[in-house]
Design a protein around this ligand. Structure first.
Ligand code: SF4
Length: 50
């Protein structure tokens, strides 16, 4: 089984039991051109649950 992604963003459409259920996610820098910590990254795949 591939690596699992724990994610506490339960309001995301892809979240299932505090894990990511998307087939693939994209993570980008967040307001930084050279991230220094995880605060400067973001999950681009996030989609608000309807
Ligand atoms: S898509 Fe991103 S925010 Fe949504 S559950 Fe997966 S890792 Fe979390």
């Amino acid at each position: 089984m591939p690596g699992e992604i724990k994610c506490t963003v339960t309001e995301c459409e892809y979240n299932q039991n505090v894990k990511c259920d998307a087939p693939m996610i994209q993570v980008d820098r967040n307001h930084a051109s050279n991230a220094k910590s995880s605060d400067e990254t973001k999950c681009e795949t996030f989609k608000r649950k309807m």
